[in-house]
Write a new protein. Sequence first.
Length: 453
Amino acid sequence: MVSNIAGGRPPQHGVEPGTQLGALEAYAAQAHGYLSAGGDQLTQLAGLLRPAVLESWLRSVRGGVDPLDPLDGRGLRGADLQRYREAHPIATLMPLIDKLLVQDTARTGLIVVVADQFGRVLSVHGNPDQVGAAAEIGLRAGDDLSERRIGTNAVGLVVRTGRAAWIHGPEHFLHRMHQITGAAAPVHDPDGRLVGVLMIAGGVRVAQPEILALVKAAATAAEMDLLLAAMRSTRHGSPGGQALDAPTSGRLGLEVLGLGQPQLSVAGDRVPLSQRHAEILLLLTEHLEGLGADHLALLLDDTDLDNGTIRAAVSRLRSVVGPTVFGSRPYRLRVHIATDVEALRAALDSGDVDAALRLYAGPVLPRSTAPGIIDIRDELRVRLRTAVLSSGDSGVLRRWTAGAEGRDDAAAWAAYRATVDRDSPLYAQIEAKIRVLDRRLGADATWMQRSGS
């Protein structure tokens, strides 16, 4: 058993906020000592940290997060942040969040942080002095609080697990966040997808059960508001003026990234799609103005598909998604279908390369030879690769080069090498990989790849 430097027993697993805080702080501080020592000393962490915190710390270590990471200028700022915030689903909930959380907590010296589903801070609320102090440790609008970026923190843990969490003082992985406590809860849409995170942060007062209960209640109220809005939308019918049939009355989602079978989600239920049906739906989401049969045929096949074949394919698709999802002449969506392609583009538009990599399960419908799908696939891959190469982020470059598309990407390996200390063993490993690529592909080819020729 680890020595008890605070006296008494170590904080129990499942400990509630507000209990045994002195011991919790002491054990977490001791854990940071073992963390600094590294190597075999990491095995000592298990007796010092709550299970959820321990798992998060170990993920942070594996992800290469530096506990001494200084505050930097990275993040979404200015007009880009404003546009992203205004377009986010959380924007419609802000009057409710203001009423339930912001108005009361601002008077108590605490702050309220509103983040998106990736951990990106959308806004920080409180009195100006407290908001300014929070900014000095990295709680700023536009900053990334995901676990991959800054290690263990309440928002990042919620994004990772989908469950409410509280993190106190030195339980934070980063040293610069040791003076705060955060209590956070998830906000899900009616289909169960995470859309955002609410957090109350401040000093030791936040480590009280009442604070976590308050933020969870506010998140539940926000979820109910989203549910009521969805019910009102369904009652009033689709944009085309017709009420949706029962099978399509919930929000629709389309997943087309990666090697798995394409999936349609209907109110949380997942329905497998054939490749042709997935191609048609994705093309319709990309062309909201509508597609005539001739145009759709060209996007699906560069040979001469006749209109009868197109009509038959669309008719079969209607039997899967329902008769009111899209209209004819031209074929045009009547309801919004959220796609993983749309989510990936949003992450890239916001400059969040880390989130984009998490979303990128693989190429768009990789087995498809449809010209319209190939264009979407190539556009996304080029955009993502360009963002990765220009990020200068060693973690992002490490994950890209570890994946199928970046494994033989000489330019990415060269960019990764530039982020690593020359004296580290990792530098030698990267250098060896580049030499292997030179031998396999030819030095001229890898030089051209690295130089962008």
